[in-house]
Design a protein around this ligand. Sequence first.
Ligand SMILES: Cc1cc2nc3c(=O)[nH]c(=O)nc-3n(C[C@H](O)[C@H](O)[C@H](O)COP(=O)(O)OP(=O)(O)OC[C@H]3O[C@@H](n4cnc5c(N)ncnc54)[C@H](O)[C@@H]3O)c2cc1C
Length: 387
Amino acid sequence: MTLPEQTFDVAVVGAGPAGAVCARELARGGVSVVLIDRLKPARYKTCGGGLVRRALGLLDLELDGVVDKECLHAQVNLIDSELSFDLRDSSPVVTTTMRAAFDHRLVQAAEEAGARFLAPCHLRGLEEVTGKIVLRTNEGPLAARYCVAADGAASRTARAAGWPENESMIPALESEIRVAPADYDRFAECARFDLGLPTEGYAWVFPKKSHLSVGCVCRQRGWSTLREDLETYINHLGLLEHGTREDHGYVIPIGPRSAELARGRVLLVGDAAGFTDPVTCEGISWAILSGGLAAAALIEGRAEPGLTRSAYHRLLEEHLLPELRTARKLARLLYERPRLRTFAFKRFGQSLCELMVRVFSGEATYRGLLRSPRNYFKLVGKIAGLT
Ligand SMILES: Cc1cc2nc3c(=O)[nH]c(=O)nc-3n(C[C@H](O)[C@H](O)[C@H](O)COP(=O)(O)OP(=O)(O)OC[C@H]3O[C@@H](n4cnc5c(N)ncnc54)[C@H](O)[C@@H]3O)c2cc1C
């Protein structure tokens, strides 16, 4: 591949939802932008592929052909206390997709808006050289005035730009399983969440077009114990393999990096910044949101790095960081205090789950629920000393 010699306004590294949305918004704003990914589309991405309504609401994009299932029904089970709650809505609580197809659609939208997309193009390092960033890639150098690190939880771009490792990472496992037709039918219409297995985490079943995504995530486990937890869960569900099964594992950042999120001419977005909801480990909507905020900051700051950085930090404080801080406290309550969790779900389980759906859908925020009078979230927050 021959790399373009021009100096772009912005180079975005990583074409997941954060990077693709950022590139699209920049191109729409008239900014010259190059988006690179180490893998060609449509590459496999380890993910449950569960899209909440908040994520869909942030994307003004038709997703025809990339949606696997629209689950109007979700179920929350507390395995350790044998409680079960059903949620039904007239619009999907969770929409499922395969990330290869979903991310490819987002990249196409960025290209349609005018972004230049290069793949496979692997970032190896970067340097700031007199008013621009030079990206070292396996294909040669690329120059841009700014760089957006959208290359996921293990972001090489962030490391190359001097950020330390994000220490708030937890392991997650996911299995794409083809099951017997009768088993598939049992799970085909419902997004299922099981709390209490693993002990300080949860497990899920998301139906795809013709198979199931089954996975688990845990705040306190190493990989080998998590593997045992996944087998226990699959047995608990009574699933019999019927064809292929592919297991994948990766990490999820459950807290933003502690340092600033823009430095010099580099901005961090999505998992690279550590933006996932620590309660649900849902990261796609935060990736989309932060990609859009970084684009807005770059357009607002234009050629002035100090202005761009302060615009980005301001936008994150206005739209994202306070909510993730509150979510972090709620996650501790949910996963680290099982007796309080059981008490709260025994008393108010159905209402708590319904309120969670409102947060999922973007109609409410954790912060708003903890503040607003007469709701069960607020009461639980009070008992746990969060308000
Ligand atoms: C097992 C598991 C299940 C999950 N399930 C869900 C779910 O159901 N719903 C949900 O909302 N979230 C889920 N998440 C979280 C979600 O996957 C992430 O939050 C989301 O993908 C973050 O998007 P991103 O764009 O920041 O990064 P990513 O989606 O990770 O994209 C990063 C991109 O950067 C590219 N890249 C990496 N390194 C380089 C490099 N050096 N040079 C060039 N390109 C590079 C990669 O190829 C990739 O395309 C799950 C995570 C895991 C691990």
